[in-house]
Write a protein that binds this ligand. Structure first.
Ligand SMILES: NC(=O)c1ccc[n+]([C@@H]2O[C@H](COP(=O)([O-])OP(=O)(O)OC[C@H]3O[C@@H](n4cnc5c(N)ncnc54)[C@H](OP(=O)(O)O)[C@@H]3O)[C@@H](O)[C@H]2O)c1
Length: 285
């Protein structure tokens, strides 16, 4: 496993992190009951094995299975808290400062910890009204109080549409962004990553493997493609090739997956030159 710096937080994070959505949400990408005995055992063993392999960035949210993902992480990471960084999220739409504070207490309880390393506003895209609500309506005040109280270390925000984060980065109050950026969704390359680099904001990737869409598309076009290409490796290698990315949080619930992704982090000889890949300009010479 290789490590990168999460922007201005200075945290040295594993370049592949653990994404908590498939662990807690029923039937995420495949049939999965997060409350069943066998899946609980498998999820906990997978997370603990990830820690042993050197994964140290774990991302979750209360909405991943109504707190189930947080419970599983809390169970798996109990006694290992000092070896990992925990990133959580809160809802913010229509939520007051007190609502946000109350919700974080629930997350801390389920995660069996008294602090989060990163807390993020959980969202897809942001209108000017959303920006005003978060920064002036109470949610950001809650985060700053949590920071003063030692319950969170750094402030972040997540977006499926990364360009809508620009006003937030302009405030200089955000340490981390979590964005959708992968083989299919490319726009962040030019519309947010340069700004994040300029502001020294940590960049976490959600859906780094396109939540499996790229793989399904390729298999639909060529059903025997897995005999020739490791589609999953192509997708992970693509995002790890970008030096602007701090960590790619991959949804994993199996030991074989954390092992494969750990090996792909070390396979640096496969990295791509993304400047070359994105170069569409006609050159004079
Ligand atoms: N902030 C937000 O609004 C937001 C939105 C979406 C996601 N996220 C975060 O981003 C994380 C990642 O996104 P995601 O889980 O949707 O998608 P993803 O990481 O792009 O893809 C996850 C899928 O890849 C498969 N996979 C992982 N490692 C594999 C391997 N070595 N070989 C083959 N398949 C492998 C998993 O399979 P299995 O299904 O078989 O385990 C899973 O279905 C989430 O868990 C969550 O923490 C945040």
């Amino acid at each position: 496993m290789r490590y990168r710096t999460l922007g201005r937080t200075g945290l040295r994070v594993s370049e592949v992190g653990c994404g908590g959505a498939p662990l807690g949400i029923p039937n995420y990408n495949e049939v999965w009951d997060p409350w069943a005995e066998d899946t609980t055992r498998e999820a906990i063993a997978t997370l603990q094995h990830a820690v042993e392999l050197g994964y140290n960035y774990f991302d979750t949210a209360p909405s991943y299975g109504d707190g189930r993902s947080e419970e599983l992480m809390g169970e798996a990471l109990a006694g290992r808290r000092d070896r990992v960084y925990l990133a959580g999220k809160t809802e913010w739409k229509g939520k007051s400062k007190d609502d946000v504070l109350r919700r974080v207490e629930g997350s801390l309880r389920r995660l069996k910890t008294d602090y989060l390393d990163v807390l993020q506003f959980h969202g897809g895209d942001y209108t000017p009204d959303d920006f005003r609500w978060i920064t002036e309506g109470g949610p950001l005040d809650a985060y700053r109080q949590l920071q003063r109280d030692g319950k969170i270390r750094f402030i972040g925000i997540t977006a499926e549409e990364p360009v809508t984060l620009r006003p937030f980065l302009d405030t200089d109050l955000f340490d981390v962004i979590q964005i959708r950026y992968n083989l299919i969704y490319q726009a962040a390359w030019h519309n947010i990553l340069p700004l994040a680099r300029e502001r020294n904001v940590g960049v976490v990737l959600m859906r780094p493997l396109s939540s499996g869409i790229f793989q399904k598309l390729m298999r639909a076009a060529r059903p025997d493609i897995d005999q020739y290409l490791d589609l999953h490796a192509i997708a992970l290698n693509y995002v790890l090739s970008d030096p602007n990315v701090s960590t790619a949080i991959v949804g994993m619930r199996r030991i074989a997956e954390v092992e494969a992704n750990n090996a792909l982090s070390d396979a640096v000889e496969q990295r791509l030159d993304l400047d070359w890949l994105h170069d569409r300009m006609v050159r004079a010479e």
